[in-house]
Design a protein. Sequence first.
Length: 506
Amino acid sequence: MPDRETDPQSVRLSKLIDLERIGVDPYPSSWEVTDSAADLVEAFEDEGEDIECRIAGRVVTVRRHGKTTFFHVADRSGRVQAYLRQDELGDAYRLVDHLDIGDFVGVAGHLFRTRTGEITVRVREAVLLAKALRPLPFGKLVESEDGDRAYHRVVDREFRYRQRYADLAVRPEARGVFERRSQIIRYLRDELENRGFLEVETPVLQPVYGGATARPFVTHHQALGVPLYLRIADELYLKRCIVGGLERVYEVAKDFRNEGIDRFHSPEFTMLEFYQAYADYEDFMVLAEELLVGLVGEVTGGAEITYQGRSVDVTPPWPRLGFLNALADHGVAVDDLSRTALVAEAAQHEIEISEQEREGKILEALFDHLVEPTLEGPVFVIDHPRLTSPLAKAHPRDPRLVERFEAYLFGREWANAFSELNDPRDQRRRLEDQAELAAAGDLEAPNVVDEDFLRALEYGMPPTAGMGIGIDRLVMFLTDQPAIRDVILFPALRPEEGRVENEGES
């Protein structure tokens, strides 16, 4: 058990109790802020000294020199130094005896430049806004010839994911990732709005899951007395909107799939799906190029993305690669798509296939193993097998195929689009086939036919194109983050076996 006299949390708690004993509220309700750290530095450079200011933020450094104290206050824009003198603050100066790194403070005063050249607030008012009872892993900042370097920082990714609040507090680069994420989503929204798309909201809890093949999360609605599923995709409800006359719709939504977790997959993830009447997958290939080119320009100022040391230029037009042609180029015989033939192909390439997996899953396994790692991109993989695409329109020149594409970057799919199937008779047959797969043990196939969706199609849906973009994966590429959990604020993790106390590298 830690010594209460030396344990950092106990020391901080003692300071808090002392503050309350002398009548200082360590958690006041508010404090007026008129400036940010970055704005103050810019204003001083433009206007000179004696600029009045009121800022607030965390204390990130403290240096005491008898009756004077320097500390840095950091807000979301940066940090600025504060200078306190006992003879100017009187009793208020006792705050510094109770101050710790990580505390939130507010300071008011005027700007000046110290003898070392640093822009500083000469403080006439200092207020504790929130006492931090747990030390943050700020690390040690050491000045060097090529700029400040931080040591003893948090390097344990597990700690960063579990205690994202601490990660954000001490690593500006982590905050930058999520600011960039917001910028990316905002750009995509604005682009779709400018093209006449309407943002809509569809149910997260669904009586029948569909729109993709994935194992769902199951819950129970107490009042209705029925099982419900967390959606695995937005597709079927967005198509209902097209039936209803909302000709261009989109949704930025959380989807949920009860599947494995790895660098590129999370059970809770963000998708952008959008649908446009009177368009097909050819139109959406052009749209995909335009969206990514514009987005890369917005984020990087150019046409190149660098991800984990690899760079690609996204300038269109992008190559188009047929799904079966790509498999054929890797030695797979695609003339016979029977299960027997595909199982033999998988065995030849040492790919394990379970008894429950049907032709479509085997084709996808072959593609993922042989072709996907070679797709540095940007590239469209087009004309997928009908066996893998139950919601896409049949290809007019080859009944084995559908009008579908996937867009790839760095060997990973980031967008998926179809010419949407709008014949309710064909759609019923395909959904019934999916239900048969579920009955045979396929945990990812929808287990019942969505009769309401079929009823909607029977009212008539115009020719329509639809696309889904994996926001998390796209953010990974545009922020150069190695894992999907680096771009999700609070990712799903296994329960903690004990308290995580990693506060950095020692």
